[in-house]
Design a protein around this ligand. Structure first.
Ligand code: SF4
Length: 264
């Protein structure tokens, strides 16, 4: 289920208003400078206020890009810096308001996916795409350990992991089955891809995407009929769509025979 992007934007704006309110209070209570400590505190209040204003500007650019469905070219770097800044703020406000965090995570992923799609055409080069499905797509009773080596899968078709493997072969993209956020970050560090299609739950996707920002990532949520981390599935068409998106974008700047090796 797609979550509305406005949840993330609204919570971020809430966080920025809290910062502005704090800065105003600091100014109010330390209105009469007399001691050096008051001057320092008022100066800090001014910095916080300036940061919040920059945050508002970034959110405005983000909203313009999302609504117009257009890349803002060189301003994209400001958008990604803003995302880094406002994500923890949105998390803080969601905690304060006791909002289901999965809604925030899902909304953030939607925002990041769209910004990635709009921005990708700005990349000068795109010769590496990495697919990262989670290990919980594998049937829990399967004895073949595919996290060590994907080639251990016997392709019996009893679990969903078979589908991403088919896609990696069809598109000849690199693929690695990851056990969580840490292993995903390690693989990304190792292969240094220029674009990633990641499958995971809301929390892992949101924190992973935030960690590797501004890398182009399209996140696809897994489906959890048996609860978290066990015998999960994924909408294969969504994964296929994400891969094809990168290929369509890359068509203009890549040789038709795209250079990947999923065996290393
Ligand atoms: S497709 Fe079959 S062999 Fe491969 S991981 Fe799933 S259950 Fe195991």
């Amino acid at each position: 289920m797609k979550v509305k992007k406005r949840i993330f934007l609204g919570l971020s704006l809430g966080g920025l208003f809290i910062i502005v309110g704090t800065a105003v209070l600091v100014w109010y209570f330390f209105l009469n400078p007399g001691t050096s400590i008051r001057v320092v505190i008022r100066f800090l209040g001014l910095i916080i206020f300036a940061l919040a204003l920059l945050g508002f500007l970034g959110v405005l650019l983000l909203a313009v890009s999302l609504l117009s469905k257009k890349s803002l070219g060189p301003l994209n770097s400001i958008i990604f810096k803003t995302l880094d800044f406002i994500y923890p703020l949105a998390l803080f406000v969601s905690k304060l308001l006791k909002i289901n965090k999965e809604l925030l995570y899902g909304s953030y992923i939607e925002v990041y996916n769209q910004i990635t799609k709009l921005r990708f055409k700005d990349l000068p080069d795109a010769d590496k795409i990495l697919m990262l499905p989670p290990h919980c797509l594998q049937k829990s009773s399967c004895p073949h350990k595919i996290t060590v080596d994907i080639n251990n899968c016997r392709r019996c078709g009893q679990c969903t992991i078979n589908e991403p493997i088919n896609l990696s072969e069809k598109y000849n993209v690199k693929m690695s089955v990851v056990t969580g956020g840490t292993s995903a970050r390690e693989i990304i560090k190792k292969y240094k891809p220029q674009a990633v299609v990641a499958v995971a739950c809301e929390r892992d996707l949101a924190s992973g995407v935030n960690d590797v920002s501004p890398m182009p990532v399209i996140g696809v949520l897994n489906i959890r009929p048996f609860g978290p981390c066990r015998n999960t599935t994924v909408d294969v068409n969504e994964v296929k769509g994400a891969l094809e998106y990168f290929f369509r974008r890359a068509e203009n700047i890549l040789e038709p025979n795209i250079v990947f090796n999923n065996k290393d």
